[in-house]
Design a protein around this ligand. Structure first.
Ligand code: ADP
Length: 471
């Protein structure tokens, strides 16, 4: 509220200063233009009044006409070459108007008796010698008009500024109202989230879209509200994923835990024969291995999410790591009578993390073995394509239908039923594979046909000695 107030005051001040400067500038310009017009009209009038008199005097031998003149607001004076007054109009009543300079045709003087006068000077050429005719007209009326006008502007200026201030206060207030409403809405939402889930995940209904977006969709504030809504939507999506992940993870952990619990409870109930202990321990061992695989997988994914998956940069030969992974997968493949055929380029140098790469290759080999029918073959290839290294796993297994294909890299996503024997690995394999390949700057492609087999291609960028992908 405080910052909205200060923003309002700042906007108003800026508006008033800008309008004030503009008004002052335009009032001054207007006044100056008016004064110039009034003055030039006055000069015109002066010259028009003087012209016939000066024309007459050029032909007259004396100044009798001047002496007889008594026109209100027009004083005539004739000076000889020495500057002495030789004739004065009647209305001057003997008073001589002093002239500061004879050269200027038009000039203004301040006469002690008649006040401010505008003088028009005209030279009279006579046989007796040159004389100077002066017509003096009081500028009082004109100056009074200008003074009044000035006073009017001085009253108008603060008055218009006041109106502008009031208008700007109203307009700024009106413009900021939706922002205040937006702030209110979002803080209410924040409050709802805090109350509904103190320290936890907010419920879906707490992240409601802001009504403002619908009201003024096209203006800036509408777009701001829309952006907020998109943000909430994104948050909602991320939260839904997180909720799903937590529920899937706890579900995956619950199954081996309940097996462990069942086994130990059974053993503790009464003394058992050594073979029974042996069998139970084997079950417990297998479940513990499963548990630790899931926890390790979750840890790898959490590190990858946080951008903390630190892969070593060590020089190695990709074909050797791949060969090793194939050797590790062979016993499992053999139990199903599956042959692993290698087509590996030789001496392929690479800079990367050997352990993670082996884990990566084993994920694809394990899947290929798991989802392949007995007596089939798995082809493993390594080649250099367009400057990148491509590792290929091609099986003749169950394949993946187009419906499932876009989801197989999601965490805990399994096409097979959870109770099918091949689904015992946890559903994290491909998600971990993607995290490792992503951290290595590569990508994974998959082409598969239901019932015919699947082909996974890992593309790894060529790395420099520093471990950075080469451009
Ligand atoms: P899982 O532990 O279930 O194998 P993954 O993340 O490794 O989890 O794989 C996700 C799903 O993708 C699997 O449940 C499986 O249905 C499918 N899938 C992965 N690899 C293959 C493959 N080579 N052939 C057929 N289906 C596969």
């Amino acid at each position: 509220m405080k910052s909205a107030m200060s923003l309002r005051v700042r906007m108003m001040l800026l508006f008033c200063v800008a309008v004030g400067v503009l008004l002052a500038g335009s009032y001054t310009a207007f006044y100056l233009a008016l004064r110039s017009v009034v003055h030039s009209q006055f000069n015109q009038r002066l010259m028009e009044a003087e012209a016939p008199v000066s024309a007459d005097l050029q032909t007259d031998a004396d100044n009798e006409d001047i002496v007889a003149m008594d026109i209100p607001g027009e004083y005539f004076e004739v000076l000889d070459a020495g500057g002495r007054a030789v004739a004065l109009s009647k209305n001057l009543a003997g008073h001589v108007i002093g002239i500061p300079a004879r050269a200027a045709n038009l000039q203004t003087v301040n006469d002690p008796k008649l006040g401010q006068l505008r003088l028009g000077l005209a030279m009279i050429h006579r046989a007796s010698g040159d004389q100077l005719l002066i017509l003096a007209m009081p500028t009082g009326d004109v100056e009074q008009i200008l003074t009044r006008f000035r006073a009017l502007l001085f009253i108008l200026f603060p008055f218009s500024l006041l109106i502008m201030g009031v208008l700007s206060a109203w307009y700024v207030g009106r413009s900021l109202k939706p922002i205040a409403a937006l702030t209110r809405e979002t803080s209410q939402m924040a409050e709802r989230v805090k109350v509904a889930a103190p320290g936890g995940m907010p419920a879906r209904e707490t992240l409601q879209p802001l009504p403002l977006a619908a009201a003024n969709r096209d203006d800036e504030l509408g777009r701001l509200a829309e952006a907020f809504n998109k943000l909430f939507e994104g948050m909602e999506g991320a939260l839904t994923q997180l909720r799903q992940f937590v529920s899937d993870a706890s579900h995956e952990l619950r199954t081996p835990l309940s097996v462990l619990q069942g086994e130990t409870e059974l053993l503790l109930k009464e003394p058992r024969a050594p073979q029974e202990y042996q069998r139970a321990l084997e079950v417990i061992d297998s479940e513990l291995k499963k548990l630790s695989r899931i926890v390790e997988g979750l840890f790898t994914l959490a590190m990858a999410d946080a951008g903390q998956l630190r892969l070593l940069r060590e020089p190695l030969y990709l074909n050797e790591v791949l060969e090793e992974a194939c050797t590790l997968a062979t016993p499992r493949a053999r139990t199903k009578g599956i042959a692993i055929e290698r087509q590996l380029a030789r001496d392929v140098p690479y800079v990367g993390d050997e352990t993670f790469l082996r884990q990566l290759f084993l994920i694809f080999l394990d899947n290929a073995v798991k989802y392949s029918r007995p007596q089939s073959r798995i082809r493993v290839g390594l080649a250099s394509v367009n400057g990148n290294f491509e590792v290929e796993f091609d099986d003749q297994g169950a394949g993946i239908s187009p419906k499932h294909l876009p989801h197989i890299f999601e965490r805990f996503y399994r096409v097979t039923q959870a109770d099918a024997p091949e689904a015992q690995s946890g559903g994290l394999g491909l998600a971990i594979a993607q995290a490792i390949v992503g951290a290595q700057g590569g990508a994974i492609r998959c082409a598969s046909k239901s019932g015919e087999g699947s082909k996974f291609v890992i593309s790894l960028p060529r790395t420099s000695e520093s471990g950075q992908p080469q451009s």
